[in-house]
Design a protein around this ligand. Structure first.
Ligand SMILES: [Zn+2]
Length: 282
């Protein structure tokens, strides 16, 4: 009986010490972090100086299918993001029906005249220099394939867009959405957007429309208003309206952002500065 009590007391003492020591270690902050805490503090890429926790916080507003795509090949994602940062931020500005350009009547500084380029009419047409060069390369490659791609609209000033909008604001397309952007809300005001060949929805059934759909991204041009994403973009399907984003951004869009420009530019608009700040080989 006596031995039993002693054994019980020893066991009780052991438990007490174990409890006390674990309470003690738990009280010291930073001591023995959990696996999750260790992962959060780790650096997910040698290209950027942020921790995993900081980086994951940039992904929370993305749809799960985009987060999953990014997590499925983080190394490639960081490599492509790194390349994006070689291009200045203004190329990735996000504009939609709720988000205007800033300032609202801004105009790009490096517009070039498109006379001498394949354009529809003799009306003056302009694009930002990089977009104009990428358009020239695209139309040349198309011509080599026996396809004629030409621009029917490029840069638009705030005032021009206002006149267009005032004339068309009551017009709606098939999805019941406006056919003209409000002034300050048109991608054309950035000098990076162009309409090609034909403003008809069955343009995607022509050989020119199909060629664009297959090859535009190789030259850095991204379809802005895809079919089945009308509610997201706020615009009817426009198989003729493309925006110059760089070839690297088009690859990122295709691989990680469900090939939907809206998701990509929204993300870059919000987080370009974050990646730039933490980029290691700046
Ligand atoms: Zn357009």
């Amino acid at each position: 009986m006596k031995r039993k009590t002693a054994a019980f007391a020893a066991a009780a003492l052991f438990l007490l010490i174990a409890a006390a020591s674990s309470a003690f270690t738990a009280r010291i902050p930073g001591n023995e972090p959990t696996a999750a805490e260790r992962a959060a503090a780790e650096n997910p890429s040698e290209r950027f100086g942020f921790t995993r926790a900081q980086w994951e916080s940039t992904l929370v507003e993305l749809p799960a299918f985009i987060r999953n795509a990014i997590h499925s090949d983080e190394e490639l994602f960081f490599k492509e993001m790194d390349e994006i940062l070689d291009t200045e931020r203004s190329f990735f500005v996000h504009i939609d029906t709720q988000t205007p350009v800033e300032p609202i009547d801004c105009r790009p500084a490096d517009l070039v005249d498109l006379s001498g380029y394949p354009v529809e009419t003799d009306k003056p047409m302009r694009l930002r220099k990089a977009a104009a060069e990428a358009f020239a390369a695209l139309s040349q490659a198309a011509a080599d394939d026996g396809i004629r791609i030409f621009a029917v609209s490029g840069y638009r000033t705030y005032d021009y867009q206002k006149r267009l909008y005032d004339r068309m604001k009551n017009d709606v397309g098939k999805a019941g959405l406006p056919v003209s952007a409000a002034p300050g809300h048109s991608q054309h005001q950035t000098g990076l957007a162009a309409d090609f060949n034909s403003l008809r929805q069955d343009f995607d059934e022509t050989k020119e429309g199909r060629w664009l759909r297959s090859h535009a991204a190789e030259f850095g041009w991204s379809l802005s208003y895809p079919e089945e994403f009308e509610t997201l973009t706020g615009y009817d399907y426009e198989p003729w309206h493309f925006r110059y984003l760089t070839a690297a951004a088009c690859r990122l869009q295709k691989r990680f952002f469900a090939d939907v420009q809206f998701y990509l530019t929204r993300y870059l608009h919000d987080w370009y500065g974050f990646y730039k700040e933490f980029r290691i080989n700046e």
